[in-house]
Ligand binder design. Structure first.
Ligand code: UDP
Ligand code: MG
Length: 317
């Protein structure tokens, strides 16, 4: 019987310190598993020795493919390039820093082979070793996005997930430019098994995500998967109309009872500034959506591959 093929997509951005550890450990685990496999390392425009390490791996090991971007396009683009070029019956995405433990792979494959599930997703059972403020903000984000969008996103979910070919094909077919994988996974559905594990810290190097980068990523996630912010303007409009109507009544009654003393210059200015602020805020929200629409309509490629050892590589998509 022919062995099934497992594709491991590994986005790498300046990972020269972690790559050798990752490669060795993962290869060891794969060697003990009963399957064929391929590594698809995506060098996301690294400026360190990442590419030369990948070239070395691929020269010695026919299981290794690398795709090297012409510049840094971000992890989402790297994952998309991986999905577009993966050929396995099972596909998974793994970080190069060992935060997605390869030791989970046999168990994940076992679950999929059982036939009851289409994907096995991992989530962190704790956020140990992470700054408090980051954990707090992440929790609020998941609460919010689950309330206002129809993408079902689990708190602590990682991008590390093993899935069947069918699901990978759907992900490739979703060619949106503003990508947010956690949302895409949740949105497309399929039967998913959740596998919790203890948070592992990166073996070497540093995280590429600053708090603000994560914040922007979260805002993008919300805009990509929900139209609720767009209706904020309408709600403000309705409630302010109601308020102003009430105050109109108050002014009329006051005029009838007490005459019309000239007062309220400061309060007038406050109201003008307040309403002006709300209008700009709502305009800003609309601007965000328009900007996204603009980028989508341009239809630029998600990534550009400058170098690869894969013969039938899709260089631009
Ligand atoms: N990564 C990438 N492009 C980027 C940033 C990160 O391909 O622009 C990769 C990085 O090499 C790693 C994975 O995405 O394999 C996760 O990055 P990191 O460990 O910095 O994020 P964290 O685990 O802290 O969320
Ligand atoms: Mg990491």
């Amino acid at each position: 019987m022919e062995k099934v093929r497992l594709s491991l997509i590994v986005p790498c951005y300046n990972e020269q310190e972690t790559l050798p550890v990752f490669y060795q450990e993962t290869k060891k685990v794969l060697g003990e598993m009963d399957c064929d496999y391929e590594f698809i390392f995506v060098d996301d425009g690294s400026s360190d020795g990442t590419l030369s390490i990948l070239q070395k791996f691929s020269a010695e090991d026919p299981h290794v493919f690398y795709l090297s971007f012409s510049r840094n396009f971000g992890k989402e683009a790297a994952m998309y390039a991986g999905f577009s070029n993966a050929s396995g019956a099972y596909v998974t995405v793994m970080d190069a820093d060992m935060q997605d433990p390869p030791s989970l792979l046999p168990q994940m494959l076992e679950i999929l082979r059982g036939g009851e599930y289409d994907s096995v997703a991992t989530c962190r059972s704790t956020r140990r070793g992470e700054p408090k403020i980051r954990s707090w903000a992440a929790k609020r984000f998941y609460q919010l996005i689950n309330k206002i969008s129809d993408a079902d996103i689990v708190d602590g979910a990682r991008d590390f997930r093993l899935m069947k070919r069918e699901m990978a094909d759907v992900i490739v077919s979703m060619g949106e430019h503003n990508r947010f994988s956690k949302g895409i996974y949740g949105w497309i559905g399929f039967r998913t098994y959740w596998l919790p594990y203890d948070n592992v810290e990166r073996v070497a190097g540093e995280t590429k995500w600053s708090f603000w980068k994560l914040f922007r990523y979260a805002v993008n996630g919300i805009i990509n998967f929900s139209q609720v912010p767009l209706s904020i303007a309408s709600w403000f409009g309705i409630s302010m109309t109601a308020c102003s109507f009430f105050f109109l009544l108050v002014i009329i009654v006051r005029k009838l009872l007490f005459g019309d003393p000239v007062a309220g210059w400061a309060s007038t200015i406050c109201v003008i500034i307040f309403i002006g602020g709300i209008q700009l805020f709502c305009l800003g929200i609309m601007g965000q959506y328009i900007a996204k629409t603009y980028m989508e309509t341009k239809g630029r490629p998600h990534y550009i591959i400058a170098q690869s050892n894969k013969k039938d590589v899709k260089k631009i998509k």
